[in-house]
Design a binder for this molecule. Structure first.
Ligand SMILES: [Zn+2]
Length: 66
């Protein structure tokens, strides 16, 4: 499973492994530290991903988009 997290500062999207959930990552573009939400905070997206086996888009507050 993969997550695409959006940097809150520069808005760039980064493809992450699901192991990055609930961790802080540093944006490679602008060096902003931001938190990747826990998968349990985004149950709707996790449900979707289980169905689609795709990729989910999240921002740091756990909202999904895309
Ligand atoms: Zn950034």
């Amino acid at each position: 499973m993969q997550i695409i997290a959006q940097c809150p500062q520069c808005g760039n999207n980064w493809l992450l492994d699901s192991t990055a959930a609930d961790k802080r990552i540093k944006c490679p573009r602008c060096n902003k530290l931001f938190k990747v939400p826990k998968l349990s905070d985004i149950p709707k997206a996790v449900k979707i991903i289980r169905q689609a086996k795709g990729t989910i888009y999240v921002d740091e507050s756990g909202k999904t988009y895309g």
